[in-house]
Design a protein around this ligand. Structure first.
Ligand SMILES: [Zn+2]
Length: 439
């Protein structure tokens, strides 16, 4: 199987006689997904909020619940050495390559109910429909609940998807949680029947994989504002982060005249505002100053020091590289004009990850077949698909996020109707998948 198989099969009529979705009651499928999301949210370390970090008892209990739903949907279920839970719905030909799908079931602190879990539960609900009607695809389907994506407990992200993609970095096994337990110790003590030594074997063989599709709540307001239930992700944005430290001269707030000041905080403010203006003028860019400090600041002292962070993202790496260069040049100019010393430290750099054109086309066919407008958008946030792109072609389907698009927050909202629409698109995406190419 090659990605070309996707291209050829998606170019056929999306409304062929083999329509899998029939006249299903998609709102009730959506309702089931919402009910499962509610049930899964009960597995939390906090009594009053949803917090489910890697390899805690709440995390294990959630995995066991997912296992039950997968088994009831006709899947063979296993856990691997890093705690991913993987359900396989065998194809018509046993042992056929699989389309992989899924997302993460760990969470941030005080999380919403759909971030990650939607991408696990929605495919299970769709496969349950196939199973109920005794249908098999030519290819296998594997739903992966990635054990760790958010990086809350060990400050290292994408552990589950990196293990499957074969890019797990053994150096992170020495990372410690707040209690002093290392990641390696946590994995060995997890009772999964596997240990750290088995992590390399968790990686998939490329020839066994057709591609990876991740369904995820958008975590932003774009689809909400466009009035659309779903959208196709074009690329996951690359990101550059820096810390800028400014040193001026502290002085008395009452005695140093304005024109004679070397105020580090005001220089930082000018730089932050210039960054905002620059990014607002360019549709492909977002720029954020998320930390802004005046160390030892006091109300009656002209600040001698300031420190702030810059986060610049774009789905186009060339645009991001230019924005970074322009921003750092601007910061140097502002520092010079104001007599400020400037130290710039890079802290993070990630390339953008383009989604597969063939898989995007297949999603487009699936959305059109449901009578919906097609909307493409980049993902500003990182996702498991980023790591899976090292293994195979990836695609992402975003689902509308209610409540202004808020996420990583208990206010995160998804309607049953939208979950149902996304499930219908997912089902349509599967149509004809893995079938021999038409000659
Ligand atoms: Zn997520």
């Amino acid at each position: 199987m090659t990605p070309a198989d996707f291209a050829s099969s998606s170019s056929g009529s999306p409304t062929g006689s083999d329509a899998l979705e029939g006249a299903r009651d998609w709102p009730s499928v959506g309702q089931r997904i919402i009910e499962w999301s509610d049930a899964l949210a009960a597995f939390s370390e906090d009594e009053t909020a949803l917090t489910r970090t890697y390899l805690t008892s709440a995390h294990h209990a959630a995995a066991e619940q997912i296992r039950q739903w997968m088994q009831a949907a006709g899947m063979q279920v296993r856990r691997d050495a890093v705690g991913n839970i993987i359900g396989r719905y065998e194809g018509a030909r046993p042992g056929a390559p699989a389309l992989l799908t899924g997302s993460h079931f760990d969470s941030v602190r005080n999380a919403g109910k759909y971030d990650g879990t939607l991408g696990v539960l929605l495919p299970i609900a769709v496969i349950a429909l196939l199973n109920d009607s005794g249908r098999r695809l030519e290819c296998a389907l594997e739903v992966i609940g990635f054990a760790e994506e958010e990086g809350v407990r060990f400050k290292s992200t994408l552990l589950g998807s990196r293990a499957l993609a074969g890019t797990f970095d053994p150096a992170v096994l020495a990372s410690r949680d707040q209690a002093g337990c290392t990641l390696g110790q946590a994995i060995d003590a997890a009772g999964l029947g596997f240990g750290v030594a088995d992590i390399p074997a968790a990686a998939y063989a490329r020839e066994k994989v057709l591609g990876f599709l991740e369904v995820h709540i958008e975590q932003g307001p774009v689809l909400l504002n466009a009035g659309l239930p779903v959208g196709i992700v074009t690329a996951i944005a690359g990101a550059s982060r820096y810390v800028l430290e400014l040193t001026g001269e502290a002085g008395h707030a009452g005695t140093v005249p304005m024109a004679m000041r070397r105020d580090a905080a005001m220089a930082a403010c000018v730089m932050a505002l210039e960054l905002e203006t620059y990014c607002r003028a360019r549709a492909q860019l977002v720029g954020t100053v998320g930390q802004l400090e005046i160390p030892h600041g006091t109300a009656n002292v002209v600040p001698g020091r300031a420190r702030f962070s810059i986060d610049i993202r774009s789905s186009d790496d060339t645009v991001r590289a230019k924005a970074v260069a322009d921003t750092l040049a601007m910061a140097k100019r502002v520092a010079e004009e104001r007599g400020i010393e400037l130290a710039i430290t890079p802290t993070h750099e990630a390339q953008s990850v383009p989604c597969s054109k063939a898989l995007q086309e297949r999603l487009e066919h699936a959305i059109k077949a449901q009578g919906l407008p097609v909307h493409y958008l980049p993902s500003g946030a990182g996702h498991d698909a980023m790591a899976m792109a090292k293994l195979t072609d990836v695609a992402m389907l975003f689902v509308r996020c209610g409540n202004g698009g808020i996420s990583h927050n208990p206010k995160e909202a998804l309607t049953a109707a939208d979950a149902g629409v996304a499930a219908s698109v997912f089902m349509r995406f599967l149509e004809g998948l893995g079938e021999p190419r038409a000659i």
